[in-house]
Design a protein around this ligand. Structure first.
Ligand SMILES: [Zn+2]
Length: 396
């Protein structure tokens, strides 16, 4: 929601009037000088939208402010062109409403168009979010990173590295939305003050690493050639793509990182396939390359990669993980009930490479239990189980 600055207005006044943390207001308006707000300029208020209501006989700003439980001056700010002293019946008045529910789609088959729509909604409603395009998929879909927080500790979470594990994107987007709601409504999540997390930690999220693969699993082959024919032939002409894990070229993105890649290369499929093919060389695929570049650019302290399934997580790689990884793993285990596994016979994944490259904690979390793609009937249970991991990932 936007308001127009009047002479004498300040961010701290808006912070009180709308009961919003000052830091969120500052971060939502990075282009304004907080010490000299210019009258007539627009200020964006996170977590609010303007609702138009019709003026009825006898209404005054005061009566409307009482009914809607907002300060009269908040209504004045939203209606700079309305003569507040004598409201005209039939006119519409805008009233600020605090967003108190999720705007992202939760518990649905989560494809790329759904992600695009949800990203637009959250970025509009919470303008302190920084949204960056960090690369493009083979089919030129945007790979988007959302980022927020003031902390020096940088925690990265990603989802849908594997196509038929798209439920992880919905789980991550739901957590992001709940974080934003808690932040702007000043409500803790499981006793954790989210504003404190915001100030201590910078969160980075890439909710869909393999958008082409996700859409293939959910909607079938793309119209574009040569990919339309390629995926059909790799899938042995079956029209069911639910077992597809790879990107649209048949390369498994989580077998693409230069961390003992050669080991996977010799024992995995020798050519493009619905799953497991490590590619012709490490980082041959634009999605994997974008994720590696991102880690260098952002210099993350920790990464958490969401996969399905198994209700367990992996936290080591070739004894290269730092000692604090074990403390975090124990906490993850405690808050989720998922099993902490230090080593697993798997290489060339994102967390493997992150641990090897940076010697910092990296985790692969296997959400839920069953056969991929996990059914949406598990969505709520998975969310409850992993909420603690998201929080601990940020506060540990
Ligand atoms: Zn996976």
């Amino acid at each position: 929601m936007k308001i127009t600055v009047r002479k004498g207005d300040t961010f701290s006044y808006y912070s009180q009037l709308f009961d919003l943390p000052l830091q969120l207001l500052l971060d939502s308006n990075p282009n304004l000088n907080p010490d000299a707000l210019q009258p007539g300029s627009f200020v964006r208020l996170p977590g609010y939208f303007a609702e138009g209501i019709p003026i009825n006989h006898g209404d005054t700003v005061h009566s409307i402010s009482q009914t809607c439980r907002v300060h009269p001056d908040a209504i004045c700010l939203l209606n700079p062109l309305v003569n507040i002293q004598s409201l005209q019946i039939g006119e519409r008045l805008f009233v600020p409403k605090r967003a108190s529910g999720r705007v992202v789609s939760s518990g649905v088959p989560y494809d790329y168009p759904t992600l695009q729509k949800d990203l637009r909604k959250v970025c509009e409603l919470y303008p302190f979010i920084q949204s960056d395009i960090i690369g493009h998929s083979v089919l030129k879909k945007e790979l988007v990173q959302l980022k927020w927080g003031r902390g020096t500790k940088k925690v990265h979470v990603n989802a849908s590295f594997h196509a038929n594990e798209w439920i992880t994107t919905g789980i991550l987007m739901t957590f992001l939305n709940d974080y934003l709601l808690a932040l702007t409504n000043n409500i803790p999540i499981r006793g954790v003050n989210m504003l404190t997390l915001y100030e201590q930690t910078t969160l980075s999220a890439v909710p869909m690493v393999d958008p082409d693969g996700v859409d293939l699993v959910l909607h079938g082959p793309p119209v574009q050639e040569p990919f339309h024919s390629l995926v059909k032939s790799l899938n042995k002409e079956s029209i069911d793509f639910k077992d597809w894990k790879a990107n649209i070229r048949g390369v498994d993105l989580n077998n693409q990182l230069p961390a003992r890649w050669e080991k996977e290369k010799v024992r995995k499929p020798q050519e493009a396939a619905p799953r497991d093919y490590p590619g012709d060389y490490p980082l041959s695929e634009p999605e994997a390359r974008a994720m590696a570049d991102l880690a260098f650019e952002e210099d993350f302290d920790r990464v958490i990669a969401l996969h399905t399934q198994g209700k367990e997580f992996y936290w080591g790689f070739e004894k290269e993980e730092p000692p604090e990884a074990e403390d975090i793993a124990r906490e993850f285990e405690r808050v989720s009930g998922y099993k902490a596994v230090q080593y697993v016979d798997s290489y060339a994944g994102y967390k493997d490479w992150f641990i090897q490259e940076f010697r910092r904690p990296g985790f692969t979390i296997e959400l839920g239990y069953g056969v991929n793609p996990l059914p949406l009937s598990q969505f709520d249970e998975i969310y409850e189980d992993t909420l603690g991991i998201f929080l601990a990932g940020l506060y540990m």
